[in-house]
Ligand binder design. Structure first.
Ligand SMILES: CC(C)(COP(=O)(O)OP(=O)(O)OC[C@H]1O[C@@H](n2cnc3c(N)ncnc32)[C@H](O)[C@@H]1OP(=O)(O)O)[C@@H](O)C(=O)NCCC(=O)NCCS
Length: 174
């Protein structure tokens, strides 16, 4: 059965309560690097993100077919033709169901179709296998080894991936 599509939409105030609850999910926090803080502080943080998003960041909510918030994606960077892609699925009980891949794929479509970008890039720690697997599955090309980093206490390093609009269009055709 084909999984139903995910919807990307602007973050809204009602999302702040859902996102703040993810801060109590220890597994989620360890993987994302969110520091454990109070639910109220996280709620305020997310409400501020809605009211006053950081410069150069397009952050979109990911909604499933039931209208539930299941993650968010980031398209980041001040260059008009190019953005860095990031993606988060939450809470952790939603992992392993294909949502990450579908959210990342929807972000590429958004970047190339809605923002008319020429190029999108992303980086993932090698030890974060789900993340690397998603970028490979999208057909993004590995371009270079990036900075060292730590994932779940393990020393690792970033791999950078990139795809151009022409490659993405071709992948849809074939
Ligand atoms: C990374 C993340 C988005 C993955 O989301 P997800 O919904 O679990 O991803 P999917 O179910 O689409 O799985 C993607 C691939 O990773 C694989 N995978 C999932 N969990 C894995 C794990 N723990 N180890 C190895 N592979 C794993 C899946 O099998 C799948 O590969 P396949 O297509 O070859 O079968 C999610 O774990 C998350 O939000 N992590 C915290 C934030 C983060 O690391 N974001 C990425 C940095 S930009």
């Amino acid at each position: 059965m084909t999984p139903s599509a995910l919807r990307l939409r602007p973050l809204q105030h009602a999302d702040a309560a859902v996102l703040a609850a993810w801060g109590e999910d220890t597994t989620f926090c360890r993987h994302t690097g969110w520091t454990m803080t109070s639910r109220d502080a996280l709620h305020d943080f997310w409400a501020r993100q809605v009211d006053d998003p950081p410069d150069g960041l397009i952050r979109l909510a990911v909604e499933d077919a039931d209208g539930d918030l299941v993650g968010y994606v980031d398209l980041h960077g001040s260059n008009p033709g190019e953005k860095e892609l990031g993606f988060v699925i939450g809470p952790s009980r939603r992992w392993g169901q294909g949502l990450g891949l579908r959210a990342a794929r929807a972000s590429l479509a958004y970047g190339f179709e809605e923002l008319a970008l020429d190029c999108m890039w992303a980086e993932a720690l090698v030890a974060n296998m789900a993340s690397v697997r998603i970028l490979q599955s999208l057909g993004m090309q590995e371009t270079r080894r990036g900075e060292p980093g730590v994932f779940l206490g393990e020393d690792s390093y970033y791999l950078q991936f990139r795809t151009r609009r022409t490659e993405w269009t071709r992948s849809l055709e074939g």
